[in-house]
Design a protein around this ligand. Structure first.
Ligand code: PGA
Length: 250
């Protein structure tokens, strides 16, 4: 945790969830009381198909609903794509961009991710910009170089702590059950903080830097206690309300 930064616990349902899954979301939205939300912002990034229903289902709760990706353009001839404005119109309050699964599955470059982050900001919601090295890159001693390059390329120049959240997600820890050790997380998060301060000056101290990669109830407290860890991006464990709530500390 960083003093004076309100943590963000964000769930990422990925390509999981039909209408029936809203029952899990309702359990979360009922449990996230204003008292809990005063301690931490809580977000669930559901599939685009569920954003409108999830927003209605959580109406009146401080639980925020988010999206997992957006197109960079406002509108146009991009069959099947969804603009940030459309996601916000449906109820999205934050948008994840540059998740490693999108970088890998869709060949998204840093420039593409930056354009998507700018689109989220243009649409009026914060972008959660994901960065992280692969196992091979870490073994080659290049973790910080890769993370630094992705940060430089993916975070817009206009970013500030209100418009951009950084998520450090080592690719080898996503969905694998493997988590980075607190020492590894500490090293990378301190590096990200330093890079943000170099680029954005004092504002760099205010950005939220989330950790993601096999965060679960059994390891979340230890990871969230690491300095410069200002929250978590939770995949698999966000699908079950009980697990997600345990990570929030409910
Ligand atoms: P995981 O996913 O928690 O299932 O490892 C994290 C993520 O990809 O955001």
């Amino acid at each position: 945790m960083t003093p004076d930064i309100k943590p963000l616990i964000a769930g990422n349902w990925k390509m999981n969830g039909l209408t029936a899954a809203l029952s899990e979301l309702r359990i979360v939205s009922d449990a996230v009381t204003p008292a809990i939300a005063a301690r931490a912002d809580v977000l669930l990034c559901v599939p685009a198909t569920l954003i409108a229903q999830a927003s209605s289902a959580s109406y009146g709760s401080p639980l925020m609903i988010g999206a997992q990706d957006c197109h960079a353009a406002v509108s146009g001839a991009h069959t099947g794509d969804i603009s940030a404005e459309m996601l916000v119109d449906a109820g999205a309050q934050m948008i994840i961009v540059g998740h490693s699964e999108r970088r890998a599955d869709h060949g998204e470059t840093d420039a593409a991710v930056r354009a998507k982050a700018e689109a989220a900001i243009r649409a009026g919601v914060p972008a959660i910009v994901c960065v992280g090295e692969t196992a091979a890159q870490r073994q080659a001693g290049k973790a910080l170089t890769v993370v630094g390059g992705e940060l430089a390329g993916s975070v817009p120049d206009s970013a500030n702590a209100e418009t951009v959240v950084i998520a450090y997600e080592p690719v080898w820890a996503i969905g694998t059950g493997l988590t980075a050790t607190p020492d590894d997380v500490n090293e990378v998060h301190a590096f990200i903080r330093q890079e943000l301060v170099l680029r954005f000056g004092a504002e760099g101290y205010r950005f939220r830097i989330l950790y993601g990669g096999s965060v679960k109830p059994s390891n979340s407290a230890e990871l969230l206690a690491v300095s410069n860890v200002d929250g978590a991006l939770v995949g698999g464990a966000s699908l079950k309300a009980a697990d997600f709530l345990a990570i929030i500390g409910v």
